[in-house]
Design a protein around this ligand. Structure first.
Ligand code: AP5
Ligand code: MG
Length: 212
């Protein structure tokens, strides 16, 4: 299965990707996760990306496209992949089409997870992620049993730097202006599927599975 996950910040792309990995045994390629890892390691890529991410803006295409191209070329993507957070604008989508046709791994589906904007702020300000295993929690909706500590591995939970209210507003604006048009882009190609992203996490996953 070769999937692009579309959806606003906080729509649940990462949450649903983690469930899809297990179901289809395919890797998740999250440009946000790759960039955050580079930032935490202080690599040149991380240093360049950080200023954009902290402002809630997109990192330049020239940086992100190279990362995805390299990742898609790895062996584990041959049986499928879940692109989470990429593409983010029309130029990235067009480049992706070219790359995928070069390596003969065309998309099966672009899955849009639709959530009303009013809910997203609470989801994002409440998000906590495990430093050890990346498991996600939400202090409002799915809190860990012990505050600040991961149920799965006992790792420390952290809050993303860009999950501050002002930055979230900017990310939502950027999504509206640059990423939302991709819904029409994939609809035109005949591979768009949309799922209602409000409800229990497992319930949404079941909706996705029946769509796929
Ligand atoms: P990225 O990491 O991609 O962030 P994003 O698109 O803003 O999306 P999020 O990860 O915030 O949301 P999500 O949909 O994954 O939601 P999640 O599952 O975590 O990008 C970050 C930055 O990196 C960008 O701003 C940009 O600077 C840069 N970047 C990345 N890719 C780029 C690209 N291609 N080009 C240029 N720049 C790029 O869920 C959110 C919370 O809600 C969690 O707490 C979760 O537990 C909770 N939750 C999920 N589902 C439910 C539910 N059903 N009910 C209740 N709570 C739920
Ligand atoms: Mg995410």
């Amino acid at each position: 299965m070769k999937i692009v996950l579309l959806g606003a910040p906080g729509a649940g792309k990462g949450t649903q990707a983690k469930l899809l990995i297990d179901k289809f045994s395919i890797p998740q390629i999250s440009t946000g996760d790759i960039l955050r890892k580079a930032v935490s390691e202080g690599t040149p890529l991380g240093k360049e990306a950080k200023s954009y991410m902290d402002k809630g803006e997109l990192v330049p295409d020239s940086v992100v496209i190279g990362l995805v191209k390299e990742r898609l070329g790895q062996d584990d993507c041959k049986k499928g992949y879940i692109l989470d957070g990429f593409p983010r604008n029309t130029s990235q989508a067009e480049t992706l089409d070219n790359v995928l046709s070069e390596i003969n791994l065309p998309l099966d589906v672009a899955l849009s997870v639709d959530v009303d904007f009013g809910i997203l702020m609470k989801r994002l300000t409440g998000r906590r992620t495990c430093k050890g295993c990346n498991q996600m929690y939400n202090v409002h909706f799915t809190p860990p049993s012990k505050e600040g500590s991961c149920d799965k591995c006992g790792g420390e939970l952290y809050q993303r730097d860009d999950d501050r209210e002002e930055t979230i507003k900017k990310r939502l604006d950027v999504y509206k202006a640059q990423t939302e048009p991709l819904i029409a882009y994939y609809q035109k190609k005949g591979i768009l599927k949309s799922v209602e992203g409000v409800g229990e996490i497992n319930e949404i996953f079941e909706r996705i599975c029946s769509l796929l």
